[in-house]
Design a binder for this molecule. Structure first.
Ligand SMILES: Cc1ncc(C[n+]2csc(CCOP(=O)(O)OP(=O)(O)O)c2C)c(N)n1
Length: 575
């Protein structure tokens, strides 16, 4: 019987799936559940070497002879340190050594505990991957350990070979039970390299055939022509829809451009009808990330996720099975090479029908109104920079010309350099560059305009509602006065003096009519120098309109959610 310790079960299951079937064990107690579990599994060949230093060098010999990765496994304390020389040797010889060190719980470090020293990072500089595991106690820690173990084993032969280290806390080694008959088959993550054999690509293409394929396309600018063409062929051959946002800058005929809204606007029946079989992700920083995560987490069907253009594990939806370490366009081209007949487009049509029912906000004067008007008035092929945090959300409430290219510092969502980035872009561009930005973000980065490379073609829409609005969104309106003190940093400041001193044409707007007229100037091609339009609005009104619009989209009722939950949970109770 195997140990009941879920971390051990995960580790052993993944060792087997990744072909790590030899282990050199040095004696001790803390790693007892691991040793005993491996001992009774006939797939493993185990060796016993007392001295850890020698054990790890012994393992290097096994690797040299077999060509396969080999694990070394020891108890906590200085035993881990004794692996050091062989780890360094493995690093410089390029040998796939898997170092498994048992440890006490990290909380106990330096607390006068027995046989405990810092084991995390002890091989720094000489190890291809170092993972600190944790006890598996809930779904989050289970997912974390699964991911980290996969990451470690994938690094054994990623762009060359070498050693990896997993530090495993095992606190219950004396009391551990061994009643697990069958090893669970836990999720293995696979990497497919560009030079994989044809039969590998063909196998993946056949998995797509006849399935509902949901492509999730993240931030990508400038637009890659080769990718655009490859995707257009792909969407004809496979039944798919592409969830995008402004920052995707994706012009595919199968793009669901309002993914940010569509994910909120589906009915309970549509939610199950649209459940994908395979999710293909490319790029990152989706503005609809939380909506998509929420939606996918309600699905019971066993969909899997493939991530393109990467060899590093990123698993936001917790269903990643395959990474394709090749250019995104290359993946789509390869899949088309093995495609059968053209697909029907049914899946796209189902998503499109959700999107068709979404109307734009009918906003009264305020920042949503101003953003909507700007989006409508922007010329074709405009370059639009959008600041965090409400501006990037508000832009998504409106349909825009597909030739517009959009940018936002969405990698880490900072407000610290949105304007500086736009100023830098404009400095290298001959065309007008537009920026829509909130007041805190503007004043934070106002120094960006004091720049000798300031472009005459810079056009800024400043949404001034006297403080950060986004922090008000999740809370009730009654808390607004309190929030304005420190959380949203209320202020009464105008940009006028500053931008006029820098040679901008400055226009303020306090009504819808003033706003329309000012935006006509902002988007005019006649203006000889930089222009800034400052729209003054009332934060509470802006936040109310924003919440009311998004709230009005929701079609799934509380009752629907309860029924869905019961349908999911009840069978578990009677199992
Ligand atoms: C460098 C940095 N500091 C703080 C934050 C936290 N933060 C996110 S949005 C925001 C307020 C932005 O206010 P404003 O520019 O008025 O735009 P809006 O509230 O309309 O999004 C703050 C402080 C951040 N994202 N980045």
């Amino acid at each position: 019987m195997y140990s009941d310790n879920k971390l051990i079960l995960h580790l052993i299951s993944l060792m087997k799936q990744h072909g790590i079937l030899r282990a050199v064990i040095s004696p001790g107690s803390r790693h007892y559940p691991l040793i005993r579990s491996m001992e009774q599994d006939p797939d493993f060949t185990l060796y016993s070497v007392v001295d850890e230093r020698s054990a790890a060098f012994f393992a290097l010999g096994l690797i040299q002879q077999t060509g396969a990765p080999v694990a070394v496994c020891c108890t906590s304390g200085t035993s881990a340190i004794n692996y050091g020389s062989a780890v360094v040797e493995a690093f410089y010889q390029g040998l796939p050594l898997v170092v498994l060190t048992a440890d006490r719980l990290p909380e106990l470090l330096n607390q006068k505990e027995e046989q405990m020293c810092l084991q995390k990072g002890v091989y720094d500089g000489f190890i291809r991957y170092q993972g600190q595991l944790t006890e598996v106690k809930n779904a989050l820690s289970e997912w974390y350990c699964n991911r980290v173990i996969n990451e470690a084993f994938l690094e054994l032969d990623h762009h060359g070979r070498g050693p990896v280290h997993l530090n495993c806390p095992i606190e219950s080694h004396h009391t551990d039970k061994f009643s697990t008959e069958k090893l669970p088959v836990v999720r293995r993550i696979t990497r497919v390299d560009a030079d994989a054999d044809d039969y590998v690509w063909q196998r993946y293409a056949s998995q797509l055939s006849g399935r509902k394929v949901l492509i999730v396309w993240g931030q990508a600018a400038p637009v890659d022509e080769r990718l655009g063409q490859a995707v257009e062929r792909f969407v004809e051959m496979f039944d798919c829809a592409i969830l995008v946002d402004r920052l995707s800058n994706c012009r595919s005929s199968r793009a669901i451009k309002s993914a940010y809204l569509a994910l909120r606007a589906m009915t309970i029946d549509q939610a199950s009808e649209l459940a994908p079989d395979i999710v293909i992700t490319l790029f990152g920083n989706y503005t609809f990330n939380s909506g998509l995560k929420g939606y996918l987490s309600t699905l019971d069907n066993p969909f899997e996720v493939w991530d393109l253009g990467t060899s590093r594990v990123a698993d936001p939806f917790r269903r990643l099975t395959t990474m394709f370490a090749a250019r995104e366009a290359f993946f789509f081209e390869r899949m088309c090479g093995f495609a059968g007949a053209k697909a029907s487009g049914t899946y796209f049509n189902a998503w499109a029908s959700v999107e068709r029912n979404i109307s734009e906000p009918q906003a009264t004067f305020g920042e949503i109104y101003a953003v909507g008007q700007l989006v409508r008035k922007l010329p074709q092929h405009a370059k639009l920079h959008i600041a965090n945090s409400l501006p990037i959300r508000m832009v998504h409430l409106f349909r825009s010309d597909p030739t517009i290219t959009s940018f936002c510092n969405r990698g880490v969502n900072g407000i610290d350099g949105c304007m500086s980035t736009a100023v830098g872009y404009a400095a290298a561009s001959a065309e007008p560059v537009y920026l829509v930005i909130g007041d805190l973000t503007f004043f934070y980065d106002m120094n960006a305009l004091w720049n000798r490379h300031l472009s005459k073609s810079l056009r800024i829409l400043l949404l001034n509602n006297e403080g950060g609005g986004v922090m008000h969104v999740p809370l009730s309106e009654s808390q607004a006065p309190q929030l304005s003190r420190h959380v949203s940093a209320g202020h009464v400041t105008s940009a006028q003096g500053w931008v006029e001193s820098l040679g901008f044409r400055y226009i303020s707007a306090r009504t819808a009519a003033e706003c329309d007229a000012a935006l006509d100037v902002l988007t005019s091609s006649e203006e000889p120098g930089p222009v800034l339009v400052e729209v003054f609005s009332v934060k509470e009104d802006d936040v109310r309109q924003f919440k009311a619009y998004l709230g009005g989209l929701n079609k799934i009722t509380f009752g629907d959610k309860v029924r869905r939950r019961l349908k999911r949970e009840l069978p578990k109770l009677f199992r």
